[in-house]
Design a protein around this ligand. Sequence first.
Ligand code: NAD
Ligand code: UGA
Length: 458
Amino acid sequence: MKNPVNVLCIGAGYVGGPTMAVIADRCPHVTVNVVDINPARIRAWQTDDLPIFEPGLLEVVKRARGRNLFFSTDIEAGIAAADIIFVSVNTPTKTFGEGAGRAADLQYWEKTARQILACSTTSKIVVEKSTLPVRTAEAMDRILNSNPRGLRFEVVSNPEFLAEGSAVKDLEQPDRVLIGSHETPEGVRARTAVADIYATWVPRDRIIESSLWSAELSKLVANAFLAQRISSINSISALCELTEADVDEVAYAIGADTRIGPRFLKASVGFGGSCFKKDILNLVYIAQSHGLDEVARYWEAVVRMNEWQETRFVRRMLATMFNTVAGKRIALFGFAFKAETGDTRESPALEVTRQLAAERAHVVISDPQALDNARIDTKGLEGTIDFDADPYAAARGAHAIAVLTEWSLYRDLDWARLLASMERPAFVFDGRNILDHQRLFDLGFNVFAIGKRPLRHV
Ligand code: NAD
Ligand code: UGA
């Protein structure tokens, strides 16, 4: 039997909650406490109405909760009891002072480090789970090991690569787990202790060990490369619309080259999510701080292309709908930043809503999971914005439908019924290229997809 280990996770969000649930599920010898300053979030984790929607997560939580998985707001007691502390607090983009709009805001992270120091009576391993600028562990080291009590804190970087909507699968069968530490005997011992937890269910050859700095930087670079692929294919989508090439055919053709590969080449209204933009801007800031302006400009273009794609989508709607949407009802199908999640952070749907509302359209937002967040996000926007979980009700009397999230339910709707309830000419703007465009056109819709020739009756 393996030695019992006491793990604490500070931060019960999209990463902390699912990651710890899977660790507890797979490692009965590990006691996992998850703490957060947000009591409502912790209460929700204690019920079957979890604070985040992730397919399969409730089953995992239910298997471990009360056995070796516990949720609490008692951060101090959690710290005191832990051998290994994962820190998974939010690290948003800084909105003030030096580096505003680009640098990572490390205030939550640093507060946590100071609290760990204040509440510890034994030496511990502190694991960076949050995404952080390269060399953050240096500052952590200094804060934590500045104590006069002789306690030793070994900082390890174990960035998380899960994607929302597939978090449980990504955690149960990860492509890789990355663990970085100092190359000292204590550092290597700490990273082995963390690796041993994962090795309970992850094959050893998928556990990559590296230096601290490589692990920290690899996380930012992984997100930058993924987002870069989307911006690259989105840039080509604009060219396709003008040349009658089809972006899905182009993506298929280039993705068949094993050196390029087929994934993350789906053209769209734009990428969203809490991390791509934040992490690229962070990379840009780090490059600038090292005087690498060309590097900074190169990566910044990925974000700029994404913003341009969102705006281009709305401009195309406007141009198609006779240069005015004022007073016209427009149904938005999907508000989440991707399917299978209720998360709306940085969702392209928000920018599309903002721009349509500014054009005085009557926007009706529909989504199977994200309406609560959509209400919060659109509060304060000028214009008329309504919400309806039922897509048929949202589309009734509309001039146009825009698909902004790739929920499969939208593919399976009764589009003849939708058309019958809409104004004419009726427009569909498929921001995710998930619909059967020819069939919709045959029904009578005017269809505009990303990177494709328009199918129009008018
Ligand atoms: P989140 O906002 O969902 O969760 C963070 C949690 O930390 C919140 O519940 C907050 O209340 C809590 N918190 C903040 N300060 C605290 C403190 N001092 N003590 C206790 N709790 C505190 O964020 P998230 O999406 O889980 O992201 C966390 C980190 O993981 C970020 O650095 C992010 O970049 C990274 N990441 C996120 C994803 C993702 O899919 N969301 C994937 C990989 C990595
Ligand atoms: C992304 C990464 O995929 C994870 O590896 C990483 O851990 C995470 O960010 C993070 O650090 O937060 P996530 O943002 O949850 O995960 O979801 P993705 O599947 O990467 O999708 C991001 C956005 O890109 C979505 O808006 C999605 O619709 C869009 N996308 C994705 C495209 O437009 N085209 C594609 O081909 C793929």
